[in-house]
Design a protein around this ligand. Structure first.
Ligand code: SIN
Length: 299
């Protein structure tokens, strides 16, 4: 479908488009927001360049056009706005883990994981620090009929393992430039369908990630691991991905319900600072559950 208020240019076969012709630092009218949302549903992640000088309040206003804010466990928002979170790695943190530095879907251990995430570039390293995205509709649709049918009926257990006491992101052990705090209320196990139905596209997406999925429901971790390892590899096949190279002031929006993403940790010795906002998503919709749940989820 044609766009009248924005330009949309696809950047890879798997997912991703650059949007032009819009200034996110100013209030936007409903028709422009509707076009951006349509481009997002069609391309799964969208990128806007040249939004330099965008403030935390501009970011909160823009994100708020797309739905209610989400809950961000473990990280504190900025004083300027509680739903705008600093994501940073300092130059002297070398090869320490980067926030978001493994394939994942944001906060997928929560009961209602985020729908969209907004990320704005504030300070970039001279090279590196790209973000990769992978299309989970394609990850599901390219499986055999038999495996798809098996997965349609499975549920998996999630746990915020990278925020546990022994792990990389417990408190401010790593990511010193960020406000990371222990949050016991987000440490409970959660169960989600392995295949989720997207409330806007109606398509089925694979929903399991190495960062937060621990095993299938009613199955031991040891029994689960071989199939999980296969699904994690399937989820990020190169042909399903796009890679976004940030430029100063660039803004990304991605849909966690049909994508995984990965922040590449290849800029040791240099500083990178971003601002991140998440929106509240629905409880993941299982196959067969979609008929009565879809209207509730549309935001
Ligand atoms: C994230 O996973 O939210 C961070 C992505 C990035 O910093 O590129």
């Amino acid at each position: 479908m044609a766009h009248h208020r924005i330009t949309v240019e696809r950047i890879a076969g798997g997912c991703g488009a650059e949007i032009g012709g819009v200034d996110l630092r100013r209030p936007l009218d409903p028709d422009t927001i509707a076009e951006i949302r349509r481009a997002l549903v069609e391309n799964l992640c969208v990128f806007f360049r040249g939004q330099d000088g965008m403030t935390d309040l501009d970011q909160a206003r823009f994100a708020g056009y797309f739905g209610p804010f989400g809950r961000d466990p473990f990280v504190e928002g900025e004083a300027t706005h509680p739903n705008v979170v600093k994501v940073a790695k300092e130059a002297d943190e070398g090869d320490k883990p980067t926030f978001g530095g493994s394939w994942h879907s944001d906060w997928s251990f929560l009961e209602t994981p985020p729908s969209f995430t907004f990320l704005h570039a504030r300070e970039l390293p001279p090279f590196g620090g790209d973000t990769m995205f992978s299309n989970q509709y394609l990850a599901y649709e390219t499986l055999s009929d038999g495996l798809r049918r098996t997965l349609d009926g499975l549920r998996a257990v999630y746990w915020a393992k990278s925020y546990a006491k022994s792990a990389a992101f417990f408190d401010n052990r790593n990511a010193r430039g960020m406000k990371v705090r222990h949050d016991e209320t987000a440490m409970a196990e959660m169960v989600h369908p392995v295949v989720r139905v997207h409330p806007e596209s109606g398509r089925r997406a694979l929903f399991a990630n190495d960062a937060y999925t621990v095993r299938f429901e009613n199955v031991t971790q040891r029994e689960s691991q071989p199939l999980l390892d296969f699904l994690y590899a399937q989820a990020v096949r190169s042909e399903f991905t796009c890679r976004f190279t940030w430029s100063p002031g660039a803004m990304a929006i991605w849909d966690n319900r049909c994508l995984q993403h990965y922040a590449i940790n290849d800029y040791g010795g240099h500083r990178r600072e971003m601002r991140r906002t998440t929106l509240r998503g629905e409880k993941p919709i299982a196959v067969g559950e979609d008929d009565n749940r879809r209207p509730v989820a549309a935001q």
